[in-house]
Design a protein around this ligand. Sequence first.
Ligand code: ZN
Length: 246
Amino acid sequence: MRRLILSDIHGNLEALEAVSNDARGRYDEVVCCGDIVGYGASPHEAIVWMQRSGASIVRGNHDRAAWEPGVRESFTPSARTAAAWCAQVLGEEDLAWLRALPPGPIWRDDFGLVHGSPDDEDAYLEYTTDLRGIDQLLQRRVCFLGHTHVQGGWQWQPGGIRLLPVPAPEEPECVVELDPDSLILINPGSVGQPRDYDPRAAYAIWDATQGLLSYRRVAYDIDSAQRRIVAAGLPHSLAHRLAIGR
Ligand code: ZN
């Protein structure tokens, strides 16, 4: 069983299509760690893609902000503007679909799925120091998360927590052989708004049978995504950050 792991698409259709093309034929099932909408100019198209994929999905804070205005209060001004725009342009059916997305964690047969952290969907697990006590909360050996927009992950092994390697800026892929006895937390990175200084769209493929994880990066038409953000009247800063990957 090979799974395509996606997170933080944020209405970036150009990035989502590039990932979809790059991953074609490499997976059997889709898993999504949330934030399908927010920031980008194509929230409806991202929702349609997700619906067609039959993915296992947990909601992200931006998915919630589209239908629950109170969530936006903790957002930056540009994120708040984008969430309000999203609520305006999405139809009732799309908003109802977002409202029905489950909060994490979801524990499936052989993996777990959260947006932020197993005990708080809005918490950021970015540094090894953020992981205190998290291993106690993992009900599956492998768990996927998003929210930070930083590709990476950790493996609890004898001697300590090992940081999983990700592709170098000039490499499309980094394949990791997962230890079958260790707890593993995997962030595929952000499809639509990477914040790890690599502007390429990020995703991962997990081959449970082989015990292999591929972190992948793919270039996409950033110019087009930026032009459409500006044309939609969204803050220019949301277009600018796509080019620097932060
Ligand atoms: Zn996000």
